[in-house]
Design a protein around this ligand. Sequence first.
Ligand code: TYD
Length: 134
Amino acid sequence: MKPYIIEFNQIGSSALGYITVAEKLKNIPFDIKRVYWTYFTPNDVQRGGHAHYELQQVIFAVSGQIWFNTEDVDGNKQKYLLDMPNKGLYMPKMTWRDIKFSHSAVLLCLASELYDEKDYIRDYQQFVKCKKNE
Ligand code: TYD
């Protein structure tokens, strides 16, 4: 399965500002078990470098810009840019990702599972091996 961008509604106006809402099983395709955010990542640092066996995520840039290079289980390589707070990136399980951030970026992640280091594949060769067995 491929990652995809989800466009969320913007409630409000340019005069007053906006609200965007994420709700489990309405515009998020899983039951949200955990929310985390990352910030102050220097723009010369690459993060990610892993996939997950089970975790699904919807990821937002609530401020700034975030660039993703992804690879799915079928070997499809894609690039995505999050540059608006109402744009989310759905990451299915078994998606390899490398991530870069603008200086001001805040990444918000809605996650389908609790944190579990055993759910990570951090070795790319291991990911390639797992892809073949899917
Ligand atoms: P990681 O998911 O590898 O970050 P990124 O994809 O942003 O590069 O997490 C970085 C470190 O933080 C790693 O040592 C695991 C730890 N961590 C937690 O302890 N709890 C969490 O919920 C998350 C997401 C990470």
